[in-house]
Write a protein that binds this ligand. Structure first.
Ligand SMILES: [Mg+2]
Length: 231
């Protein structure tokens, strides 16, 4: 394909399966918090009860809904406050719990062929990442193939808003039509990137049927197809 000089990638469920690492990280977080608090503070703690509190927090503070770090910290804080912790203690526990979660959350396993694909592509194209999550790509092994990674928590709005795509184009020093965005989410990735004039690839690993009529320029079910596509 002619004219493409750079690629941007979504991360979660595009380069790796996210649910596995999130579940493992939440489990590690809960185990760690149990060692720090009175037993009754964590007695009712399950993923379900934690997510109930999380829903409440997001409902009360919709402006933080694109910042997964803040949401998680605020949810933990609320959890401990609800059980009688002072504001300061709840905040300390929230920060410490988040640290454990965050470290474990970075422990992802790229889908088969992903590392080789990125390595191959990085020889001919500039690569960057645009994520609505809080994966710390540049601290990972595969970060070395990327120029940078943008996280929505540092921007006023998450994908599909144009702001992160525009920032990526600016930093990559390419025009929209010279950049191809690859992601698994039709709305966030395909529609978002299309709006700013980028080329789009829908990573449809599970061969779902698309909702609505927004069609990506290309649909792939395996990241390795990019190498052929961009020859
Ligand atoms: Mg995704």
């Amino acid at each position: 394909m002619k004219g493409v000089r750079a690629l941007t990638f979504d991360l979660d469920n595009t380069l790796w399966e996210t649910d596995v690492s999130i579940l493992r990280a939440e489990d590690a977080m809960a185990r760690h918090l149990r060692t720090l608090t009175p037993a009754r503070w964590m007695a009712e703690f399950t993923l379900e009860t934690f997510h109930e509190v999380r829903k409440e927090v997001i409902k009360e503070q919709p402006h933080i809904s694109h910042n997964l770090t803040t949401i998680r910290k605020e949810t933990l804080k609320r959890w401990f406050e609800n059980r009688g912790a002072t504001n300061a203690v709840a905040e300390d526990l929230a920060n410490e719990g988040f640290q454990v979660f965050y470290e474990e959350r970075q422990n992802v396993t790229p889908y088969p062929g992903t590392v080789a694909t990125l390595s191959g592509l990085s020889k001919n194209f500039k690569l960057a990442a645009i994520t609505n999550g809080n994966a710390d790509l540049m601290a990972m092994q595969i970060g070395r193939y990327f120029q940078f990674s943008l996280q929505s928590q540092h921007f006023p709005e998450p994908k599909p808003a144009p702001v992160m795509f525009e920032e990526a184009l600016k930093r990559l020093k390419v025009d929209p039509h010279e950049c191809m965005h690859v992601g698994d989410d039709i709305e966030h990735d395909v529609m978002g990137a299309q709006q700013v004039g980028m080329k789009t690839v829908w990573f449809n690993m599970h061969s779902r049927s698309p909702k609505g009529d927004t069609l990506a320029d290309y649909v792939i079910t395996d990241l390795r197809e990019l190498l052929r596509l961009l020859k």
